[in-house]
Write a protein that binds this ligand. Structure first.
Ligand SMILES: NC(=O)c1ccc[n+]([C@@H]2O[C@H](COP(=O)([O-])OP(=O)(O)OC[C@H]3O[C@@H](n4cnc5c(N)ncnc54)[C@H](OP(=O)(O)O)[C@@H]3O)[C@@H](O)[C@H]2O)c1
Length: 327
C-alpha cells in the first residue's frame, strides 16, 4: 500500500483511507457484521487510515470501530472528531469549549476502546469560542498522550492559520471531489503554505460520482442524501448530465467512474488523502486500485472542463448546515 504524509509532524497514512460514517445507517441501512468485515479487510490490505466521528450515529459509529479494532488497534491510524452535535430535537449544534474538548475526548477513547487517538479533529468550528481556546485544549490532549496529532474539519483559511499558530495542525479535512472544488480557492493554498496535509472527505461525491445513483428512488427511505439539495429534483437531473464524460474516461482505462474520481483527487497533490466511504469489503480493492490509475494531461484537462468549480447544481448541504462551513 502506498502511503502519504499528512503535515510535518510525522503522521503517515495509507494514501487512500476508509471513511466509516455510512456503517451506521446514514446512507440507508448498514449491516454491522459486513461493516466490521470491511474494516478488517481494509486493514489486511494496508488501508490503515480509518475515519469516524463522535457525531456519527451519536457515538454508535465509534463503538462499532472499537469492536472492529479489538485486537487490531496497532494496524490502524485512527481518526475521530468532536464538536459537531446532534441535538435531542434532531437539529445540529457545535461546541468548541475547552471543557467540552476534554470531556468529548475521554468519551471517544472509551467508545473506541483505545488509549490514544492518532488524529483528533475539531469537526466544526464553534463561532462562539475563539479557535485559540479550542486548539489550546486539543494541544493539552496531545501533551497528556491521549491524542497524537490534531486537525480541523471544514474550517476557513484564517481559522486554519490562527489554529496552526497555537499548535501545528497535521491535517485539515474538508469535502473535496470533482463536483465540490470550493477548497481550491483558499483552504488548500493555506494548507500548502503552512505544510498541513489535506484529507478529502466525500471524495466520491457521497456516491454520486460512482454512477450508482440514477434517481432519488435509488436512495433508501431514510437515506440522508434525500435532504441534500444536489440529490433532489431538477438538481439531480442536471447533475446526472455530468457523469457521461466520467464514464467514457473510465471505459478507456477499463476502470470504474469511482476509480477515475479518486485518481483525479490523488493527482491534485501528494498532500491529499481521500477517504472514500464504504461498508462493503469488495469496494476496498476497487477504491485502492485508483492509486495505480494514472490520468494523462489531456484527460485531466477534460475533467477540469466538465467539472469546473461551480459544475454541480444545488448546495452540498441543506441550507442551515451550510452556515457551519468555512468559519
Ligand atoms: N468531516 C466531515 O464533516 C465529514 C462529512 C462527511 C463525510 N466525512 C467522512 O468522509 C467519509 C467518506 O464520505 P462519504 O461516505 O460521505 O462519501 P463518499 O466516500 O464520497 O461516497 C460514499 C458512497 O459511495 C459508495 N461507494 C464507495 N465506493 C464505491 C465504489 N467503488 N463503487 C460504487 N459505490 C461506492 C458507498 O456505498 P457502499 O457503502 O454501498 O459501498 C457510499 O454510499 C465518511 O465516511 C466520513 O468518514 C466527513
Amino acid at each position: 500500500m502506498k502511503t502519504r504524509k499528512l503535515g510535518e509532524q510525522g503522521l503517515t497514512v495509507s494514501a487512500i483511507g476508509l471513511g466509516c460514517m455510512s456503517m451506521t445507517d446514514i446512507y440507508g441501512p448498514a449491516d454491522r457484521e459486513e461493516s466490521i468485515a470491511t474494516i478488517h479487510y481494509a486493514l489486511d490490505r494496508g488501508v490503515d487510515f480509518i475515519d469516524t466521528s463522535d457525531m456519527y450515529a451519536n457515538g454508535r459509529n465509534e463503538e462499532l470501530l472499537g469492536a472492529a479494532l479489538d485486537g487490531r488497534r496497532k494496524d490502524a491510524v485512527l481518526a475521530t472528531k468532536f464538536g459537531n452535535l446532534r441535538l435531542p430535537d434532531g437539529k445540529t449544534g457545535v461546541n468548541g469549549t475547552p471543557e467540552y474538548a476534554q470531556a468529548a475526548c475521554e468519551e471517544s477513547l472509551k467508545r473506541l476502546g483505545t488509549e490514544v487517538i492518532d488524529l483528533y479533529y475539531l469537526h466544526r468550528v464553534d463561532p462562539n469560542v475563539p479557535i485559540e481556546e479550542t486548539v489550546g485544549a486539543m494541544a493539552r490532549l496531545v501533551e497528556a498522550g491521549k491524542v497524537r496529532f490534531i486537525g480541523l474539519s471544514e474550517a476557513g483559511a484564517s481559522t486554519i492559520r490562527r489554529a496552526h499558530a497555537v499548535h501545528p495542525l497535521s491535517a485539515v479535512q474538508t469535502e473535496y471531489s470533482l463536483w465540490t472544488r470550493d477548497v481550491e480557492a483558499e483552504i488548500l493554498p493555506a494548507c500548502r503554505e503552512l505544510g498541513i496535509g489535506f484529507v478529502a472527505y466525500s471524495p466520491l461525491g457521497r456516491g454520486f460520482l460512482t454512477g450508482a445513483i440514477g434517481a432519488e428512488a435509488d436512495l433508501a427511505e431514510k437515506d440522508r442524501r434525500r435532504d441534500m439539495p444536489r440529490f433532489t429534483g431538477e438538481n439531480l437531473a442536471r447533475n446526472l448530465g455530468l457523469l457521461a464524460s466520467l464514464r467514457t474516461l473510465a471505459d478507456t482505462h477499463g476502470a470504474t467512474p469511482a476509480q477515475v474520481a479518486l485518481a483525479w483527487l490523488l493527482s491534485r497533490g501528494e498532500d491529499i488523502v481521500p477517504i472514500p466511504g464504504t461498508k462493503r469489503p469488495q469496494r476496498i480493492d476497487e477504491n485502492a486500485a485508483a492509486l495505480d490509475l494514472t490520468l494523462g494531461d489531456s484527460e485531466l484537462a477534460q475533467l477540469d472542463a466538465t467539472f469546473p468549480p461551480d459544475a454541480a447544481a444545488g448546495l452540498r448541504y441543506p441550507e442551515p448546515q451550510m452556515k457551519r462551513l468555512g468559519i
